[in-house]
Ligand binder design. Structure first.
Ligand SMILES: NC(=O)c1ccc[n+]([C@@H]2O[C@H](COP(=O)([O-])OP(=O)(O)OC[C@H]3O[C@@H](n4cnc5c(N)ncnc54)[C@H](O)[C@@H]3O)[C@@H](O)[C@H]2O)c1
Length: 250
């Protein structure tokens, strides 16, 4: 029960890594607000998870959403202990075929969103002198890939944003850390696979990306997020944890 009586907000909590994190946080005794653009899926999951879970519609690109999410969590449970900035949008497109709107969409979802949520959640944590923010970046934020300029720039920016917040607020009692998942079997990865002409070849290729020879499960990332969310990581400030089956160890 590592999150007993702790209140968490999880953006993008209705699917994939966010959903696995919501399930794990509830299993660890926490209360979870699932903030997702897909409010129907968020409400379905919250209904399944019971009284310790709630859902709210949220588009992390919009400041009004960030304000509403923070207010809702405070109205429901009176405090916020953990913020997981997990909502993300992928783009697999060459730098010169990426449209200006696509660039904005990815940067706004994957980088501006976490900043907006921090802007409206972290001051409450600072007032209480404690809190943990976990940003979900990617191995695309650590190393270069083809067709990844928008996504990689956003995720790389999120790594540096994590460090900047960690230093700016180092003495506040609020911690900022980051996980960088590898290839994880989620609806996002399924969408990416569907873009490939040969599905079986794409699956085999994805299984071969990480040295461990398989894709990761969302629950395996949720475990790393839990570590930063919980008091097991009280000395971690600005840490960046690869959860990538050895990819960045190469
Ligand atoms: N799956 C992977 O292999 C992988 C690898 C590295 C990093 N990541 C990152 O992990 C995070 C979760 O990815 P996933 O694979 O679980 O994806 P997913 O598509 O399964 O889930 C993403 C969730 O975010 C929500 N969302 C998207 N845009 C939003 C917005 N603007 N506002 C609010 N909610 C929004 C979606 O509705 C969805 O519920 C993302 O940040 C992703 O970039 C995933």
């Amino acid at each position: 029960m590592r999150l007993q009586n702790k209140i968490s907000i999880i953006t993008g909590g209705a699917s994939g890594i966010g959903e696995a994190t919501a399930r794990r946080f509830i299993a660890e005794g926490g209360k979870v607000l699932i903030a997702d653009r897909n409010v129907a899926a968020a409400e379905r999951l919250a209904g399944e998870l019971g009284a310790n879970a709630a859902a709210i519609e949220c588009d992390v690109r919009k400041e009004a959403s960030a304000i509403a999410v923070a207010e809702h969590a405070l109205r429901l449970w009176g405090q916020i202990d953990v913020l997981v900035n997990n909502a993300g949008s992928e783009l697999n497109r060459s730098y010169n075929e990426t449209t200006s709107d696509e660039w904005d969409m990815v940067l706004e979802t994957d980088l501006k969103g976490p900043w907006l949520l921090c802007k409206h959640v972290v001051p409450h944590m600072v007032t209480r002198g404690s809190g943990s923010v976990v940003n979900v970046s990617s191995l695309n934020g650590l190393v270069g890939f083809p067709l990844s300029t928008a996504y990689g720039s956003a995720k790389g920016g999120l790594v540096v944003f994590t460090r900047d917040m960690a230093i700016e607020l180092a003495k506040s009692g609020v911690r900022f850390n980051c996980v960088c998942p590898g290839v994880i079997q989620t609806p996002m990865m399924e969408r990416w696979t569907k873009l490939m002409p040969d599905q079986q070849q794409a699956q085999a290729m994805l299984r071969g990306v990480m040295p461990i020879g398989r894709m990761g499960r969302p629950e395996e990332v949720a475990g790393a997020i839990l570590f930063f969310a919980s008091d097991d990581s009280t000395l971690c400030q600005g840490a960046v944890l690869s959860v990538d089956g050895g990819f960045t160890a190469q």
